[in-house]
Design a protein around this ligand. Sequence first.
Ligand SMILES: NC(=O)c1ccc[n+]([C@@H]2O[C@H](COP(=O)([O-])OP(=O)(O)OC[C@H]3O[C@@H](n4cnc5c(N)ncnc54)[C@H](OP(=O)(O)O)[C@@H]3O)[C@@H](O)[C@H]2O)c1
Length: 308
Amino acid sequence: MKKDSENMEIGFIGLGKMGKNMVLRLLKNNHRVAVWNRSSGPMEEVASKGAITSTSIENILEQLENTPKIVWIMLPAGEITENMINKVTPHLSNGDILIDGGNANFHDSIRRNKELEKKGISFMDIGVSGGLIGATKGYCMMIGGDKKTYEYLKPLLESLCINEGFAYMGQSGSGHYVKMVHNAIEYGVMQAIAEGFELLAEGRFNDLDLKNIAHVWNHGSIISSFLMQMAEQAFDKDSTLKHIEPCCVKDSGEGHWAALEAMEYSVPFTVNTYALHARYASRDENSMAYRTLNALRNEFGGHPIKTK
Ligand SMILES: NC(=O)c1ccc[n+]([C@@H]2O[C@H](COP(=O)([O-])OP(=O)(O)OC[C@H]3O[C@@H](n4cnc5c(N)ncnc54)[C@H](OP(=O)(O)O)[C@@H]3O)[C@@H](O)[C@H]2O)c1
């Protein structure tokens, strides 16, 4: 594969919190970007910055003039991404490149690559990290798939990512695999921060300024971090977080898949698995486990319990 200039052309599907900002970074770096999104609002927004809007999946593919065609899908993982890949694939030819930048399960990515390589399509699984701040600072990306395709995509990756914030992970599936482990670590770190702040709030000093503590921890302490900056930001908006319900913390699958993988390989994964289970526990407002715990204490020791 040969490219004529560092300015490339790409079709981008999915302009949610991540996709829209990624497209804006590509446009800022003078790439030609055709977009499609289910709702029109985000398409109009990026069109005002130079993106070419599309009326359908067929239409976005028609608007790509260069060979090979490059299409980046940035949608919720699972069925939605699967359906989109099935819609896009018939419009791609031998040598074209299809990228999934969502948080897909790496098993799905390996399977998709096997199916697409039969048609000569190069499927790349790219784990994206950086959240909302990635829009301005640049993202971090973990890339799996064909090495030559990775080299070919570099001008796009350089535009999207922070300096030194992307790398080739290896064969198909490894990009999403590394992102899965990244997210499992993220769960663990977030849980540690959350529990630390609970002790600060509920422990013996009842007048601690949590925002101030997060702020000072972000200046020279060993636990200064992006997540600690997010804690500082949250406590700045509401010093007690009283406006947020203390329940039902969601997960998007990676922590679960990582815990399963750790079990399969007998790798101790205690902290990250615990953090995942803490999220599960947060969702059960009518927990059988905690009702049973209370019942057992009451049965064996006559300890008082609150009843409905
Ligand atoms: N948010 C993060 O911090 C983050 C970080 C890294 C990776 N990711 C991953 O990146 C992907 C996108 O995340 P996001 O945060 O950008 O999601 P998001 O803000 O919820 O946006 C979802 C996107 O998917 C579209 N969509 C939803 N259901 C659809 C359907 N049935 N058919 C077609 N399009 C549909 C939405 O279109 P509409 O605009 O019409 O609703 C929107 O463009 C996910 O796989 C996510 O796990 C997210």
